[in-house]
Design a protein around this ligand. Sequence first.
Ligand SMILES: [Ca+2]
Ligand SMILES: [Ca+2]
Ligand SMILES: [Ca+2]
Length: 234
Amino acid sequence: MTPTRALIATTSLAVLCLSSTVCAQGQSAAPISNGMGTQVFFSPSGQPFRAPAADPYPVAAWFAQADTDHDGKLSSEEFSNDAKLFFVKLDLNHDGYVSSPENTNYETRIAPEITRIDPRIEQPKNHVSERDPNMGADQDPTHGRYQKTIQGASQYGLINEPQPVRAADANFDFRISGEEWLNATNQRFALLDRNGNGFVTLDELPKTPFQFALEDMNAEQAKGGKEKKKHFGW
Ligand SMILES: [Ca+2]
Ligand SMILES: [Ca+2]
Ligand SMILES: [Ca+2]
């Protein structure tokens, strides 16, 4: 284990055990098979998809789920319908809001990977989250919401958004309304529809940091662990 990896592994434990609830539920109530080889993907809404190493990377499983008319393209309607279905899963008491306890349920039971730093993913050398100096404050369409450190859902996602559920809480009242969810969903669609034609296709999607890590691991194995190149989707 390299010093960097050891450090990340230690950090991972620290993050995991920040709260005893997370520790208890992460290890007993919600065991996940996130060992070497299990592939993880988080949809833009934060829904996790997991697959064995031999299967296709599960971005394809999410895409197939959302592409309800099976034409190989996600329309903004299909994209937002998929996000709405996930909102219904998050809203356990069906009151139209994702509350703090429901968000905790998301972090501990639905997507426990979100509280961990995956040691398989190499972090960028510059951990500091800072605004692009070439971009004016009013030009950043994300208003600083997307950080450059790869953590939480960003490790497995198409957008650098570490906690996609909490990030949708635009008015910071600790609950996410349907309207806030729809607004966040529309912003996510706009980010992913890079050619602006109103559809998102599978080949238009960026690779996730986890996908790059898998490729690096495979290349390393092929080369006998020689040199490694890093690339990130943002
Ligand atoms: Ca479609
Ligand atoms: Ca609720
Ligand atoms: Ca809110």
